[in-house]
Ligand binder design. Structure first.
Ligand code: R5P
Length: 311
């Protein structure tokens, strides 16, 4: 087995390699003067089972292109099997046509990865489970929920917990986490605009009064969804609000928005390499998914069950 890392998340790739007790494959992924990407694998990979670790996070297009070119280099070097390990699958939010004459970019990206020569894909908390079906190659979608549940039990296990989905679309994810927390009760934030032009009203479905709320979501990008949901929960009598979000996209002023919010803390994972601002924030804590990904890679290489990781 070989683990090869492009540039988007080297600390995570190193941690995965550490878990598996294998060295990272010797590769250079660099730029020509005009920013074209050039990849050179410096060791033999003929006949090897190779896992390429690359999140397609910011800068999404550069990181995607690095992934595609790494896969192409490995295919032409006769690797036996290539698995694209994409802890954060960028473009996933574009998984349907929101209006006429718009693309389904998540499908296009899935096609690109497949056409480049990937034999399998491994990702974490895909924005929508059905994105697995965008790939016509085996695709494993891991869940960060067990990592989060262990942290919640250790930090907040003694409290009167309530798991909250910040929108109707996230209910399945929230229910799965609640199940892992001894069937904690569930609430949903329902955003509604009664008439066009009127401001959005946040209705809370569920009795959150006096509860310690755990907001769960797959992505925090601008932080708007999260910060507004936290405020609505407190306005409805919640005792405190913390958030567990798998992918810390945290664009623009998101870290400052979280720092200035009513959230007690935001816990993200390292599927995306955290920025300095995120690492330095006293409101943001980072959990690692390296053992989860490392174990899944080990099981894929051994042809054993990946789903049993979540039993
Ligand atoms: C949306 O469906 C996602 O699950 C997230 O809620 C969304 O991407 C968060 O975006 P933002 O942080 O910009 O509100």
């Amino acid at each position: 087995m070989k683990i090869l890392a492009a540039n988007s998340n080297l600390p995570l790739a190193r941690a995965i390699a550490g878990y598996l007790e294998v060295p990272l494959t010797d590769v250079s992924v660099r730029r020509f003067a005009d920013e074209e990407i050039f990849v050179e694998v410096h060791e033999n990979v003929r006949g090897e089972d190779v896992f390429v670790v690359q999140s397609t996070s910011y800068p999404a297009n550069d990181n995607l292109m690095e992934l595609l070119i790494c896969i192409d280099a490995l295919r032409r070097a006769s690797a036996r099997r290539i698995t694209a390990v994409v802890p954060y699958f960028g473009y996933a939010r574009q998984d349907r046509k929101p209006g006429p004459r718009t693309p389904i970019s998540a499908k296009l990206v899935a096609n690109l990865i497949t056409q480049a020569g990937a034999d399998r894909v491994l990702s974490v908390d895909l924005h929508a489970g059905q994105i697995q079906g965008f790939f016509d190659i085996p695709t494993d979608n891991l869940y960060a929920a067990p990592v989060m549940a262990a942290d919640i039990q250790a930090r907040y296990g003694e409290r009167d917990l309530m798991v909250v989905s910040p929108d109707v679309g996230g209910v399945v994810r929230a229910r799965a986490l609640a199940k892992r927390l001894d069937n904690a009760p569930l609430a949903i934030v329902d955003k509604r605009r009664d008439r066009p032009g009127e401001s959005e009203v946040m209705n809370i479905i569920g009795e959150v009064g006096g509860r310690h709320c755990i907001l769960i979501d797959d992505i925090v990008d601008s932080g708007g969804t999260l910060v507004n949901a936290a405020q609505a929960l407190l306005d409805n009598g919640a005792a405190s609000v913390v958030a567990y979000i798998t992918h810390g996209v945290l664009s623009g002023g998101a870290v400052a928005r979280v720092d200035g919010s009513a959230l007690k803390e935001l816990v993200i994972t390292d599927t995306i390499r955290p920025t300095d601002a995120a690492t330095e924030s006293s409101h943001i804590r980072i959990l690692t998914v390296a053992p989860l990904l490392g174990e899944a890679i080990k099981r894929i290489a051994d042809e054993s069950s990946v789903s049993s990781l979540f039993d």
